[in-house]
Design a protein around this ligand. Structure first.
Ligand SMILES: [Zn+2]
Length: 340
């Protein structure tokens, strides 16, 4: 089969890889209908994060089950399924508490390489959620988004205690930030402030439910959020970037007693202790337990109540994956979808 492999920063190739096989009786093999490039794939692409080169790439996937192991009970061949970027048993104590991304038996799907024609999924019963039927073609991008960006943006909004009567600010206008806006709207936020200086992303943020746009960043961005919230700061702030600047911007934009939901993968982020102490904010975040939200998200997509697939503004055949990385790196695309 063909799959994307990163050889070094900036060097992504699609090449022949061995077909995955059932290696545990709880595995499934799926034929990937759609995969995509993630903002977090850009960290190694830009040389910020080291991988063991050459590394198979991709952790977001939706597709059709080809084969299941002998102990798989609920997932069946021929079903269309979506899974999270962590495989999880969904039975351990942490999974049952809703933290499948910290599953005691978790497996990172990125290590298996979802930007490929075929993919092995460990703990098929725990990891995968089947759609009610085979989806129409136009729903596939939205279903794929549930695998990570939508689920992650959703978790950011939930972790920030988004809800009725709350003002929510979102730091970051990538796919996750935009989906945090969508989530905030669905969760009933009263006012949603998207922080973005890119026109096409501002437009999508408004489509998803943003009521205000703030173009300023850093201290100016914080001042603008305060100005919009009677000097108090937002009740809920989603951090969807993962840099020092964005994290401090998020904390400083939150009112005392408010909540920061951080879902950007933090690279060299250090929070000054005294600042955290005096802020009086709640901090909750990390790798999103997407599996917790998948049934609800698939249901909303299936009923066409949300259309998160809009974030895919570039579609390429898998063999042109390198172009997708380049376009995303240069911010020419919000998120490229890859068709095996
Ligand atoms: Zn578990």
């Amino acid at each position: 089969m063909n799959g994307a492999v990163m050889y070094a920063p900036g060097d992504v190739r699609v090449e022949e890889r061995p077909d995955p096989e059932i290696s545990a009786p709880t595995d499934a093999i799926i034929r990937v209908s759609a995969a995509c490039v993630c903002g977090s794939d850009l960290w190694p692409y830009r040389g910020v994060e080291e991988l063991e080169w050459p590394a198979p790439m991709g952790h977001e996937y939706a597709g059709i089950v080809e084969e299941v192991g002998s102990e798989v009970e609920t997932i069946r061949t021929g079903q269309f399924v979506v899974g999270s970027f962590w495989a999880s048993d969904n039975t351990c104590e942490l999974c049952r508490a809703g933290y499948q991304s910290a599953c005691l038996n978790r497996v990172p799907m990125g290590a298996l390489g979802a930007q490929a024609e075929l993919l092995r999924v460990p703990f098929a019963d725990g990891t995968l959620v089947a759609t009610p039927d085979l989806p129409p073609e136009d729903l596939i991008p939205s279903l794929l988004s549930a695998s990570d960006v939508l689920g992650t943006g959703w978790f950011g909004a939930v972790a920030a205690q988004t809800g009725p009567g709350r003002t929510v600010a979102v730091v970051g206008d990538g796919a996750v930030g935009l989906h945090a806006v969508l989530a905030a709207k669905q969760l009933g936020a009263e006012r949603i402030i998207a922080m973005s200086r890119h026109e096409s992303r501002q437009r999508l943020a408004r489509e998803y439910g943003a009521t205000d746009i703030v173009e300023e960043r850093g201290e100016d961005g914080v001042a603008k959020i305060k100005e919009l919230t009677s000097g108090l700061g937002a009740h809920s702030v989603v951090e969807a970037v993962g840099t020092q600047e964005s994290m401090l911007q998020a904390i400083r934009s939150t009112r005392p007693g408010g909540d920061v939901g951080f879902v950007g993968v933090g690279h060299d982020v250090a929070i000054p202790g005294m600042e955290m102490f005096w802020s009086l904010v709640h901090l909750h975040g990390g790798p999103a337990p997407v599996r917790q939200f998948l049934p609800e998200l698939i249901d909303l997509i299936w009923k066409r109540e949300i259309e998160p697939g809009n974030v895919f503004d570039l579609e390429l055949p898998l063999r042109q994956a390198a172009e997708g990385y380049e376009a995303m790196d240069q911010r020419r695309a919000i998120k490229p979808l890859l068709r095996p």
